[in-house]
Design a protein. Structure first.
Length: 196
């Protein structure tokens, strides 16, 4: 694949993999410094964690899942909308998810969050708005479904999961990242809704 027409996605992809692997296997202290600890972030004014946590992953499965999704949508999206708009959607979606997490968990001294899922959700939903008829394969459905239908299923499942809070996944970051990706795409490409 030629990355020259999607340089921002390529930089994010390589950087995220490199930092995640380094902090997983070589420098756990850096992971602890960069992870988002809302209680600490506010009280010690470590606001850089709102961004640095998006370059960290808990384990190899977490990293592979996020980078797999990133690979199939981010490079194409940057080619379609351009590097500046792509960077805006990626980083503001990351911030939206992490700021909401900061607000929800600011008094929970045990809570920590990491991963690029909010940013990737923003990218995914931007892609869905731009290409609603694209086919997406999701496990365990054995056939492709339209991306707009996947978007509805994903938002419903994420909202439901955020209310149940039954696992260690920051579903709020996914949900807010996705919603931010939708809003930003509409603002950046105003003619899009007519085509959608």
């Amino acid at each position: 694949m030629d990355f020259s027409d999607s340089p921002i996605a390529a930089i994010i992809f390589i950087t995220t993999i490199g930092i995640s692997l380094y902090t997983m296997y070589r420098d756990n202290n850096l992971l602890n410094k960069w992870i988002l600890y809302p209680y600490q972030t506010i009280r010690e004014q470590k606001y850089y964690q709102l961004i640095t946590s998006g370059f960290l992953h808990a384990d190899l499965n977490h990293l592979l899942f996020n980078m797999f999704t990133f690979f199939f949508f981010a490079f194409n999206l940057e080619r379609i909308i351009g590097s500046l708009d792509f960077a805006i959607i990626y980083f503001l979606s990351m911030l939206a998810g992490n700021l909401f997490t900061l607000y929800k968990q600011k008094d929970n001294y045990q809570y920590a969050s990491l991963g690029a899922s909010g940013a990737i959700s923003g990218v995914l939903f931007s892609y869905i708005l731009i290409n609603p008829s694209a086919s997406i394969l999701i496990f365990p459905i054995p056939f492709p479904i339209p991306s707009w239908l996947f978007g509805i299923i994903y938002l419903g499942w994420t909202y439901y999961s955020s209310k149940r809070n039954y696992d260690n996944t920051n579903h709020y970051a996914h949900l807010l990242g996705a919603l931010c990706g939708i809003v930003l795409t509409i603002l950046l490409i105003p003619d899009l809704l007519a085509n959608f």
